[in-house]
Design a protein around this ligand. Structure first.
Ligand SMILES: Cc1ncc(COP(=O)(O)O)c(C=O)c1O
Length: 404
C-alpha cells in the first residue's frame, strides 16, 4: 500500500480535472438512452470532425515529407514547416510571432501547463478570471500556486480589478482568455486589451493568453490578441483541437526567447516532442494552398452560429420571464454561461437534471474554491445538433423550476 509520504509534494497536490466526474456521470446515461441530451460536452461533435480528410492528409504528408520520416522523431521544437504554418495562421490573427519563437506542444493544455511551470513555485499567486478554465486551475494548483479569481464583467477581466490585485498579490502569472472565454463566452474589446497590456507592462507582470477558441468567431469583427499589445509580457497558447481535431494533440506556445528555451527543456523531460506524425498531418491541414482550414472553419462557424441561435431562442422561450435568469450571448466559441437567481444551486440540480434527460456543467467546476459559482452553469451550444437543443433547454427549465 503506497503511503502519501512516499509521494512527492507535487504528486500529492495533483488532482484530476473535476469535469472528468461530470463526464463519468453523463456517459453511461448517454449510452443507455440515445435521447439523452448533454449540454455538458467539451469536445466537438464527432460528425463535425474532418474524418473524411484523414486519408488525404496522410497521403499529402507522405508525398511532401522530404525525409520520408513521418514515423520518426523530429526536431524537439517542432517540425519547421508546421511552425511556419502556425506562425502564418497566428500572424493573420495578429499574434506577434515567428516560426523560431514558438514551441510545438502536445495540445494547448501543455502550452498552458508549461507557462505555469515556467513561472510558478509553491506559494506563488496566479490571477485568473471568474469563472476560469478548469484545466488551467488544476495545473496551477498542481504547481502549488494560490489561485486568486478576479471579478469580471460582460467584457471579461476588469482593468481596475487587475491593477489592484497585482499591487496586493504580486502574482507571478495572470491567466486569461479574451476571445469566447471558456466558460463565460465573452470577448474583451480592443480598448480593454490595450489597457490590460499596459498594466502588465507597467508592473512587469507575465501573463498567459489562451487563444484556443479565437478562430471560432461567427459574429462581429476579429479583435487583435492581448499578446499583440505586449509580446514581451504575454505568452500565447494555441491549438488545433477546436479547429481540426483534439486527437492530433497539437498546439503551440509562443513566448519571448528566454522563456521559450526553458519551456522546450521542461517539455523534453516529459515527452521529448509532440508526435511527429500528427505534426505532419497538421502541417498539411494548415497549408494555405490546400484550403482545408478555411473550409473547416467556414463549416464550424456556420454550424455553431445556428446552434447558438437555437439555444438563445430556447432559453428565451423556456426560462420564466422575470425569474432572474441571465445568460451570455457569445459571438463565437462553444459555450455560454447561464446564471440563475441567488437561491439557484446547479450542483444540487445536476442529478435531477440527469434524471430529466439533460446534462450541463455546474458553475463551481470553474472556480478554485468550489463553494463559488453555484448559481451558474456552463452550457455547450456547439456540440449538440440544432434540432435537439430546444428539447435540452426545455428539460433544463423543467429541472430549474422543479417540474418534470
Ligand atoms: C479553454 C481551453 N484551453 C485549452 C484547452 C486545451 O485544449 P487542447 O489541449 O486539446 O489543445 C481547452 C480544451 O478544452 C480549453 O477549453
Amino acid at each position: 500500500m503506497i503511503q502519501p509520504e512516499q509521494l512527492s509534494a507535487m504528486a500529492q497536490r495533483a488532482q484530476t480535472d473535476p469535469i472528468a466526474d461530470i463526464f463519468n456521470a453523463v456517459m453511461p446515461r448517454q449510452a443507455a438512452d440515445p435521447s439523452f441530451i448533454s449540454l455538458a460536452a467539451g469536445p466537438p461533435q464527432n460528425q463535425l470532425l474532418p474524418n473524411d480528410l484523414l486519408p488525404e492528409l496522410v497521403a499529402a504528408a507522405q508525398a511532401t515529407d522530404k525525409r520520408q520520416g513521418l514515423l520518426n522523431y523530429t526536431m524537439p521544437q517542432g517540425l519547421p514547416p508546421l511552425r511556419a504554418g502556425f506562425a502564418a495562421m497566428l500572424n493573420k490573427q495578429g499574434v506577434a510571432c515567428s516560426p523560431e519563437a514558438m514551441l510545438i506542444t502536445s495540445g494547448g493544455m501543455e502550452a498552458i501547463s508549461l507557462a505555469a511551470q515556467l513561472t510558478l513555485n509553491p506559494g506563488d499567486t496566479v490571477l485568473v478570471e471568474s469563472p476560469a478554465f478548469p484545466g488551467a486551475i488544476a495545473t496551477f494548483k498542481q504547481c502549488g500556486a494560490q489561485v486568486v479569481h478576479l471579478a469580471c464583467d460582460k467584457d471579461g477581466l476588469k482593468p481596475d480589478v487587475l491593477e489592484k490585485a497585482i499591487a496586493e498579490h504580486k502574482p507571478k502569472l495572470v491567466s486569461l482568455m479574451v476571445d469566447y472565454q471558456n466558460p463565460a463566452g465573452w470577448v474583451m474589446p480592443a480598448e480593454r486589451r490595450e489597457q490590460i497590456a499596459g498594466i502588465l507592462k507597467a508592473t512587469g507582470t507575465l501573463a498567459i493568453e489562451d487563444g484556443v477558441y479565437s478562430l471560432l468567431r461567427f459574429e462581429g469583427e476579429p479583435v487583435p490578441p492581448l499578446q499583440s499589445y505586449a509580446p514581451e509580457h504575454v505568452m500565447y497558447a494555441a491549438s488545433v483541437s477546436k479547429i481540426l481535431a483534439p486527437a492530433m494533440r497539437i498546439g503551440c506556445l509562443v513566448a519571448p526567447g528566454a522563456l521559450l528555451q526553458k519551456a522546450a527543456a521542461i517539455k523534453s523531460s516529459y515527452n521529448m516532442q509532440a508526435s511527429g506524425f500528427t505534426q505532419a498531418l497538421t502541417e498539411r491541414f494548415l497549408n494555405p494552398d490546400a484550403l482545408y482550414l478555411d473550409k473547416q472553419l467556414a463549416r464550424l462557424r456556420e454550424t455553431y452560429k445556428k446552434r447558438r441561435d437555437s439555444m438563445m431562442d430556447a432559453l428565451q422561450e423556456h426560462l420564466p420571464a422575470g425569474a432572474g435568469y441571465v445568460w451570455t450571448s457569445p459571438a463565437g466559441g462553444m459555450f455560454l454561461w447561464l446564471e440563475g437567481p441567488a437561491d439557484t444551486d446547479f450542483t444540487r440540480l445536476f442529478k435531477p437534471a440527469l434524471d430529466n434527460g439533460v446534462a450541463y456543467v455546474p458553475g463551481p467546476m470553474f472556480f478554485a474554491d468550489p463553494s463559488l459559482g453555484k448559481t451558474a452553469a456552463r452550457l455547450n451550444f456547439a456540440s449538440t445538433p440544432e434540432e435537439d437543443i430546444p428539447e435540452g433547454i426545455r428539460r433544463l427549465a423543467l429541472t430549474l423550476t422543479g417540474r418534470r
